[in-house]
Design a protein around this ligand. Sequence first.
Ligand code: AMP
Ligand code: TRP
Length: 327
Amino acid sequence: MKKRVFSGIQPTGDIHIGNYLGAIRNWVLSQVELDNIFCIVDLHAITVSQDPGVLKVKIREVAGLLFAAGINTAESAVFIQSHIPAHSELTWILNCFTPMGWMRRMTQFKEKSQRHKEEVSVGLFDYPVLMAADILLYDTDVVPVGEDQKQHVELARDIAQRFNFIFGETLKVPEVTIPEVGARIMGLDDPTQKMSKSEDGPGRVIYLLDSPDDIRSKIKRATTDSRREIRFDESRPGICNLLVIYELFTGLGRTEIEARWEGKGYGDFKRELAEVVVEGLSPLQSRYRELTADSTYIDSLLAEGMRRILPIAEKTLAAVKDKVGLG
Ligand code: AMP
Ligand code: TRP
């Protein structure tokens, strides 16, 4: 039996090479040994304000990029959260068994409600329970998340344990893992900041769908330093970040890379790096164009994933309803 791994992906912002090198590439490689479920969490997205037209486009774009990167429907399921009503239904039921005191401790809500002061919704407060429902519906074994989401997965565990304590074994209690960050890609304009979806200072982020010319100009303008040696030296974050990107796209070893660039200048290195990134993204970009040429194709792949996992969600929801005395 393969371990079931559940990941939630926000359909907001644009996917960049940090996401690709730090996460998506590993998801593709792990498909053979893990039973991966990728949920595009549109219901989570609307806990803060969204432009409806943009949201709809982004949902398909994220799905398309996952498929283009090599996630395949035979091995993994990719689906849209709002397409399976069981997520909302289970959220409501779990709401009724989640103490307010637990929710008040959620640090992400405290931070986000500071940022979105004028319009904090009930949905934003309830975000962690929806996330618990996502995870618990699929008898999930493992939830890999970043440090910022760990508290939410721990809440999901607490909710499951409490439910099982009250009603008897019903929900599988998932494990949380923080994947070792193989690479943390930093902003090109400011290598002390992580490359991130929300931080779109011009020139900071290389998006997966950037044109070759955009990639070249962003890399050309990338911040380095006034030294010359091209080395993996963490005290020089600019050049080090570019070297890590080079390393991950070429698959070459560090010693080999340093030897290759010994005595050469930043200009030459940046020119070659740009071509390496352009080449590295080119198969993904052409697959993306193929996938999106027929506007219904992505939807058919999403429907395939959904068909496969819907029975799991329905079974869990039915068991929960039965236990609490609904219906
Ligand atoms: P996010 O864009 O923050 O929702 O992250 C989605 C996934 O991409 C997570 O698994 C992150 O760890 C990974 N990720 C995001 N930004 C970076 C980055 N700059 N470098 C490496 N991995 C990243
Ligand atoms: N909250 C997660 C994030 O912002 C996304 C998410 C929603 C998720 N549901 C999930 C992650 C379930 C793991 C499991 O990154």
